[in-house]
Design a protein around this ligand. Sequence first.
Ligand code: SF4
Length: 334
Amino acid sequence: MNSSIRKPCLHTRPFDAMTPGSYHSIGDFYKKNFGTKPKKIPVSIADDCPNRRGLKNMETCIFCDVWGSAAFPEQRNLDLKNQIQEKIEYFNKKYKSSTFLIYFQAYTSTFLGVKGLRQSFEIALGFPQVKGIVIGTRPDCVSAAVLDLWREYSRKCFFSVELGVQSFFDSKLEFLRRGHSAETSIAIIKKIKQETDVDLGIHLIFGLPEETDQEIIETAKMISKLDLDNVKLHNLHVLKNTPLQKLYEAGQFTPMSLEEYAPKVGLFLQYLSPKISVHRLAALSSRWDELVAPSWTRHKMETYQFIINHMKAKGIYQGQLYGLQERVPSMHSL
Ligand code: SF4
């Protein structure tokens, strides 16, 4: 592998003047670092996770479908090389894309073990158009050996980790049946930051029962203080054949309307450091036939525009209230 052409010179995140409705998007970050917005190719190499296996009496996360959040579950029948080849050809034909990141997305990729991960990374980087690796995992599935591997590959290529933190509040994590605590998430984030230079992001879910504005603010402050590189936002939505569907049908969970959700995103962004890039503002249901509710989760652009319009109307932008000393995170000491 010719590593020198893979490793972008990572710019310090910009602190551009923000205007109402604006935020620091991951697309901006990519363009600054790659000169273009690479296509992210989601692939499946794992088919299991601690929850599904029932380790330590854990249960499947309340929101997770049978595909372990894979974007293209039908790909699972292909080996990794063919998964990548197929998507490169597709994106190249449809969008003329020539720069790609391989996203090890489905289930818990680090469950595969270091040997399997290394083989998978080598297969991915065997494609000259592939400029980097993105790997998703849980906060409690990062061993010392996995950290070593990440450190090694982050010297060779753009290497990004997405941790499924989901919430920094234990009551919310219990509702989601995550099987890990907020403390576990904070500890591993600090460890990854201290011991590697991977690009580090987390996933969050908003729209949980009894969620307060103060929790949203504390979450934004927490992420800013942990100096994460990026964050991906999801609204809790109901998919078929999930534990959440049963709650929804029993009237024990009501998904948030877009009118309720947009102010949460705006509030979060106001308190978020402007250095942190944001992947997406809401969940997108890639398999429409699986979505039970809310129906607005089907419509990517309408949802995005609604949130931006809300921010513009309220004069909101990312980082607007960042650094305010009114209240530091009270649930966890950093
Ligand atoms: S969200 Fe991840 S950890 Fe939870 S059940 Fe699904 S694949 Fe497993």
